[in-house]
Design a protein. Sequence first.
Length: 255
Amino acid sequence: MKRSFSAEFAIISDIHGNTWALDSVIADIKRRKITSIINLGDIVHGPLDPRGTAEQLMALEATMNIVTIRGNHDRSIAQGSTPGSSFPIHEYVASQLTNEQAQWLDRMPPSRVVEDELFLCHGTPEDDETYLLEKVTKNGVSLRPREEIEFFLKDIPCTITLCGHSHIPRTVLLSDNRLAINPGSVGLQAFTEERPFPHRMHTDSPHARYVVLSKTTEGWNAEHVKIPYDWETAAGRARENHRDDWAKWILHGRP
């Protein structure tokens, strides 16, 4: 049976087990009376509350229209792999999830099309570990040139591509008037990464981020939203789990 959606969606991504941020975002979504949510993955990975995050989203699936795809960390956790320096976090998350929650992660597709107009992916259509809208070189991170974004999306006919992974909120207009949108991260506003070159991603504030995507008579409109939440408690949980780096990223939105 085909799922029935409204013309308004809340786009969330990269929760990273931060139930405190997710609580505030969901409360704002409900306040706006939005009933359809698109979740772009990396749901439970982090030294925070993976079980509570999965529990909340699975419960919401019974009352709201929620479409979820997996992120690179969801894939790794579901498959039991432990890449690089993330090993301690993956081990922690795996120990916290119930069998039902692990199976829920494992069933998620890597990409999806919604209402024929919205293409969902975590990174690029072909690679959940590559940023779609940002380019990383040995000199740092910058907005990817438009022609490179369009190359990644050359086989995607949808009006809008929704992506996550970089945690940086952006809306990019392509040359054929398609949109590529990253809603930013619900739960983690900064991080460091070693591949393909050592780099830092940050939004410079601790607020949870998401996008309200609505269809108007003039086309699609993307409203980027920043929401305050109890980041002190979230940072405290990170410290309890011996990740002071995560605590700083959560509290300050910068490395």
